[in-house]
Design a protein around this ligand. Structure first.
Ligand SMILES: Nc1ncnc2c1ncn2[C@@H]1O[C@H](COP(=O)(O)OP(=O)(O)OP(=O)(O)O)[C@@H](O)[C@H]1O
Ligand SMILES: Nc1nc(=O)c2ncn([C@H]3C[C@H](O)[C@@H](CO)O3)c2[nH]1
Length: 224
């Protein structure tokens, strides 16, 4: 399987958003379309890397496990970006870009990565961006408020996330906003479609349907 940049790739859409913003729910909405290869975040790989729950280790001791966890996230996301499909459209939950621009950025802000570790992650990310087939055609940003996603995360009650604080979600929200809404940090790999993902489950599918033309017709016109 070739991961090189010049090999063909499907129309690639990444869905980005804070923890609990509804990305999995968004993917489920699009699962019914035969033209779309839907790739959920490889969280089960992070929970079991040769028997090690790296996600659990990370939230238990961020200082100790940030580099290890991010190294594996970068590999698993590279796998997802380059995974072959005969379907014309690929819809991915998160990406190698949010791993670097949101999560690694937050770790650097919090001093959880040594400069040496951050430098190694950056070298790896820059190589992948330059030489691997990780192009993106459309970004869907599920825009939420930190209080809303905090509520949902607590309700969803994922074992590893018990220690995740509202402050962490607020900081992660701001980084997503600066990257995808204000576009004041980092490059944006493709046009961004912003959805109001605060809407409740009972009406959110109407909001998701707004993306169907852009995704199904593989058009890039983004009406802001
Ligand atoms: N629009 C919504 N209104 C109310 N609850 C929602 C909505 N969307 C998702 N939820 C609930 O919030 C929780 C998180 O949703 P989901 O798993 O889709 O988010 P996510 O972005 O994939 O989360 P993570 O990044 O942690 O994987 C789930 O329990 C889900 O049922
Ligand atoms: N540190 C860190 N880096 C990442 O690249 C990353 N991507 C996702 N996550 C965390 C968020 C949710 O708890 C859980 C599911 O999204 O995994 C990450 N955490």
């Amino acid at each position: 399987m070739s991961i090189s940049k010049n090999s063909q790739r499907p129309f690639t859409v990444i869905v980005e958003g804070n923890i609990g913003s509804g990305k999995t729910t968004f993917l489920q909405h699009f699962n019914k379309f035969d033209d779309i290869c839907v790739l959920a975040e490889p969280i089960e790989l992070w929970r079991n890397c040769n028997g090690h729950n790296l996600l659990g280790l990370l939230y238990e001791d961020r200082k100790k496990w940030s580099f290890t966890f991010q190294s594996y996230v970068q590999l698993t996301m590279l796998e997802q970006h380059t995974k072959l499909t005969d379907r014309p459209i690929k819809l991915m939950e998160r990406s190698i870009y949010s791993a670097r621009y949101c999560f690694v950025e937050k770790m650097k802000q919090d001093g959880l990565l040594s400069h040496a570790s951050a430098a190694v992650l950056d070298k790896h990310f820059e190589w992948v961006k330059e030489y691997a087939n990780v192009g993106v055609d459309l970004i869907v940003y599920l825009r939420t408020s930190p209080h809303v996603v905090y509520e949902r995360m607590m309700l969803r009650n994922r074992a590893e996330e018990k220690s995740v604080s509202l402050e962490y979600l607020q900081a992660l929200h701001q980084i997503h906003e600066d990257w995808l809404y204000h576009k004041t940090i980092f490059s944006v790999a493709a046009p961004v479609l912003v959805l109001n993902a605060n809407l409740d489950k009972s009406v959110i599918h109407e909001e998701y349907m707004k993306c169907e033309p852009q995704i199904l017709n593989r058009t890039l016109t983004v009406h802001t």
